[in-house]
Design a protein around this ligand. Structure first.
Ligand SMILES: Nc1nc2c(ncn2[C@@H]2O[C@H](COP(=O)(O)OP(=O)(O)OP(=O)(O)O)[C@@H](O)[C@H]2O)c(=O)[nH]1
Ligand SMILES: [Mg+2]
Length: 442
């Protein structure tokens, strides 16, 4: 533990004016809070309404809670003071506390870091606390909650146990001489290896979807100049997000707007119409359009005459089955009776077909969503899972009979990487990195 981990730290629940602010004081000297502010310490874990007084000045009337070590979030002695949410009261209390030896303002995430160091929560749970605070959709919240309540940690521990079990199988093989390794045992070994490889691989794959759930699925509107792309983004967002004119080549920049599609975060992109041009600005816009197409989950391929042009899509993407292309015929309020080869017909002017289009986008994107919520999500978690998977995959090329020791070594490595997902094993750099993205007070 670093020297400053012995300090008593404090911070409030928010930096802004609010109805109530909770000032949390945690550490070896937290107990002194009651004598500093001249009030009687309530019984542990019960609210007591107190007058906070410092040098004869009344600072506030506030409920206070005393949480002795072992039964607090951080695991340390903790006081919580529920002050009226004034910045003046907050700053005054900070000033007084700071004047005492070994008291200081907490760093970002420092309370959670202490909870982790004291073994109250594991790394996955610590990360989930930040996720919960930053969550923007219900699905994202349920994934983060599953991490906090330990369900994900249980899954990860079950992987580790399985790898240890497989190790024990391989250890028992070492005892046999080469010829008479029982076939059932080697079959059992291979079956179990395959199974755990699949489990971890599925999780790594789902992590990608989890990142879309977090950052937003990408839906890109493309089509020839004047096809009605900007009018559509405006209709979908119900905002004047993008400039609309009857001059072909109006949009050059990538215009982006986030929408909430029945709980799914979606980033909509309006792009420059794709055509051959010598205009340098338009060319750059078309480049941007092509780049975002490659990252998209869904492409809305717009066309006003129903002759959908796949040139651009065919070249690069149609073999990527993960990108869903929806052919959208536009301006149906004016152009009628054309060929019916569109997936949806819309008019951004009258809103005809807009809800059907949203429904189609939703049904595809929600089909990508993993059904379960126990998912690894952070880059750190994915990195360790991938390393464990590589070690397990290397076993495929090893001989059970001749390379038992090497297999055992790969299994040890896999097990170590899996453990690293939930525990930090004296690596404070990992902790510092995780907690630096937290807000103060957490
Ligand atoms: N009647 C009618 N006109 C539309 C509709 N959607 C777009 N327009 C018109 O078509 C013209 C081009 O619309 P935009 O939305 O700017 O088309 P765009 O695809 O963004 O064009 P660029 O940015 O130049 O590539 C404008 O004059 C719009 O008013 C529609 O549903 N009905
Ligand atoms: Mg446009």
């Amino acid at each position: 533990m670093k020297q400053n981990d012995y300090d008593t730290i404090f911070a409030s629940s928010s930096q802004f004016r609010s109805a109530i602010k909770i000032i949390r004081i945690s550490g070896k000297n937290a107990k002194k809070t009651s004598s500093i502010f001249n009030f009687k310490r309530p019984a542990p874990r019960t609210f007591g309404l107190r007058k906070l007084i410092y040098k004869d000045n009344v600072i506030d009337h506030a409920p206070v809670v005393w949480l002795p070590r072992g039964k607090s979030f951080t695991g340390e002695d903790t006081f919580e003071i529920y002050i009226h949410g004034s910045v003046v009261i907050e700053k005054w209390i900070y000033k007084i506390l700071s004047s005492y030896k070994n008291f200081r303002l907490a760093e970002p995430g420092e309370f959670t870091k202490r909870a982790t160091l004291n073994g109250n929560i594991d790394l996955v749970q610590a990360e989930s606390i930040n996720e919960i605070i930053n969550t923007q959709t219900e699905k994202q919240l349920s994934i983060a909650q599953a991490q906090l309540d330990g369900s994900l940690s249980n899954v990860i521990n079950s992987w580790r146990k399985e790898i240890i079990y497989i190790s024990s199988l391989i250890e028992s093989l070492i005892d046999f001489s080469d010829e008479d390794i029982p076939e059932e045992l080697s079959n059992l070994f291979l079956r179990r290896v395959k199974k755990i490889q699949k489990k971890i691989k599925d999780s790594v794959n789902f992590a990608k979807v989890a990142s879309f759930i977090k950052e937003g699925f990408i839906v890109t509107i493309i089509g020839k100049p004047n096809a009605g792309k900007s009018s559509l983004i405006n209709a979908l967002t119900k905002l004047n997000t993008s400039i609309v004119t009857d001059i072909p080549g109006t949009t050059r920049d990538l215009i982006q707007q986030k929408i909430d599609l029945k709980g799914l975060p979606v980033i909509l992109y309006d792009t420059a119409g794709i055509r051959k041009t010598n205009n340098i600005i338009e060319k750059k816009g078309i480049e941007l359009a092509i780049n975002i197409i490659k990252k998209s989950n869904v492409i809305l391929n717009l066309c006003e005459d129903g002759k959908f042009n796949y040139n651009i899509l065919e070249k690069d993407f149609l073999n990527d089955s993960k990108i869903k292309i929806i052919n959208v015929k536009t301006k149906v309020d004016i152009k009628k009776n054309s060929k019916k080869n569109a997936d949806v017909e819309i008019s951004s002017k009258t809103n005809f077909g807009i809800n059907i289009l949203l429904e189609k986008m939703y049904s595809y994107l929600s089909s990508l969503e993993p059904k379960e919520t126990c998912l690894i999500t952070s880059e750190r978690q994915v990195l360790h899972a991938k390393k464990a998977l590589s070690a397990l995959n290397r076993i495929n090329n090893l001989s059970i009979i001749e390379e038992t020791e090497l297999i055992a070594e790969e299994l040890r490595l896999a097990s170590k990487h899996i453990s690293n997902i939930t525990s930090f094993i004296d690596n404070e750099d990992v902790l510092d990195k995780i907690f630096s993205s937290f807000c103060i007070g957490k």
